[in-house]
Design a protein around this ligand. Structure first.
Ligand SMILES: [Zn+2]
Length: 457
């Protein structure tokens, strides 16, 4: 048992002073007691908040961030970006995937994310042939997470088609494509690869209704339930208007409505993006208990559109945030952009603060922690006994946080001119970042640079 003392900490009941934490050998919080004395405990060097789960990541896309911002010949869109992304994949091998993911996960920890859901679809070699080991690339993700020391929910992606109605995939998609049987082998191998690590768990990600038929969706969920009946299910839906139009043409129903009706979407599900919903879908998704996986910087980067945030949250909808393509690696920035999108759309301020005097930063941070933890299916997101000791010590030396306390710290970290809000980061009772530095940071950066040198030359 190790003891830590925080002058100020965000507990499930609110901000508390003089909190004594005890963390057991298994990395779980055994005690979180306000009004305590420091006694022999290690004194934490700032206010303590739960670490943020990152509920949507495609790790390899970190290496593409910033490379696709040049004007194209005919008006760039999500779909032209996707074409560039497929080209980038041609040169990525398993070692590259591991080096990029390790670097990304270290960046995530330094930014205050303590666990990540990896939506992993790069299964095969560049010619589309399965590797001898079905866990080849997914295993590299698990090992990158272990090297970095970040919690992981690994979501192997089932991907079979190029568009609605079971259309054949394109050549650019050959590294993602599996039959149901082939996918079963990948899923089982990866479930084995994460089993021994208590900070890792398996789930599944049917890619989207574009890439998966209704029969395949049922089959993949049955495969997952055979391994773990409570494991999370993530799917991309309604990111682009074109996808909504194609779904209407295919089924007569919008994508989120289709999922709610046909797949009985519930609290095990995370609907990633859910950008384009009508009023009924918004309320129904909110009531379903599923989490809407918002990725504000990526959605901005790709020109996706605006999520119906106010009516969704008023109806009790659950949200979490994801880095997705990693145009930014910063939970505070994601939350700022989420609210700013609503302000720009509605020409108002504090759109998502529903009660007078409510701290918007505090409310957004708590909601995204709770929704993220649910979407990852991990016992994180709260500083309370039985939860994993995943926490962030805020950096009171950052001028934007100076003289702030309680929810004022979160308002400043999300909406202020903050540079480095995070000082120290713990995952499962182990320090991973001290004074903004990660022990593997230098070695990882060296490897990452050499991968990038090869990819870009
Ligand atoms: Zn995605």
């Amino acid at each position: 048992m190790k003891a830590y003392f925080a002058e100020s900490a965000l507990l499930p009941t609110g901000w508390a002073d003089n909190v004594l934490f005890e963390v057991a050998q298994d990395g779980l919080i055994a005690k979180a007691e306000p009004g305590s004395a420091v006694a022999g405990a290690e004194r934490l060097r700032g206010a303590v908040i739960p670490g943020m789960p990152n509920l949507h990541s495609h790790a390899f896309q970190r290496a593409m961030a910033g490379l696709t911002e040049k004007g194209g010949p005919q008006g760039d869109s999500f779909w032209s970006w996707r074409k560039l992304m497929y080209g980038f994949l041609e040169n990525l091998g398993p070692d590259d995937v591991e080096a990029i993911a390790t670097q990304l996960y270290i960046e995530m920890l330094r930014a205050g994310y303590t666990c990540v859901a990896e939506f992993h679809y790069l299964h095969h070699d560049p010619l589309g042939r399965p590797y001898n080991n079905p866990a080849e690339t997914g295993g590299r993700i698990a090992s990158a997470a272990r090297t970095a020391g970040i919690g992981l929910t690994l979501l192997p992606v089932f991907y079979a088609h190029g568009n609605f109605g079971g259309i054949a995939p394109t050549g650019g998609q050959r590294r993602f494509i599996n039959s149901i049987d082939g996918f079963g082998r990948v899923l089982e191998a990866l479930a084995g690869a994460v089993k021994e690590d208590p900070a890792q768990r398996i789930g599944v990600a049917p890619h989207s209704l574009r890439a998966v038929t209704p029969e395949e969706l049922r089959a993949v969920i049955a495969q997952l339930e055979h391994i773990d009946a409570r494991a999370p299910i993530h799917i991309h839906a309604a990111e682009q208007q074109q996808e909504v139009d194609d779904c209407l043409g295919w089924s007569g129903t919008r994508p989120v409505a289709w999922l709610l009706d046909q797949a009985q979407t519930d609290a095990r599900w995370c609907i990633v993006h859910a950008t384009h919903m009508d009023a009924n879908e918004t309320i129904s998704l909110a009531r379903s208990g599923a989490v809407a996986g918002l990725c504000p910087t990526t959605e901005g980067d790709l020109g996706d559109g605006f999520f119906n945030a106010a009516s969704y949250l008023r109806a009790g909808g659950r949200i979490g945030i994801g880095g997705d393509s990693h145009a930014a690696v910063d939970p505070f920035l994601e939350l700022r952009l989420f609210e700013y999108g609503q302000r720009l759309k509605l020409e108002r301020r504090n759109v998502l603060a529903f009660a007078i005097g409510d701290s918007l930063g505090g409310q957004l941070y708590r909601s995204a922690c709770a929704g993220g933890a649910q979407a990852l299916g991990q016992n994180v997101g709260q500083l309370a006994p039985g939860f994993r000791a995943d926490w962030v010590v805020l950096n009171s030396d950052d001028p934007a946080l100076a003289e702030q306390s309680g929810d004022g710290l979160l308002d400043a970290a999300i909406f202020g001119p903050v540079r480095a809000p995070v000082r120290d980061v713990m995952v499962a009772g182990q320090w991973q970042v001290r004074d903004g530095v990660h022990a593997q940071g230098e070695a990882s950066l060296k490897r990452y640079r050499s991968v990038m040198k090869r990819l870009l030359n």
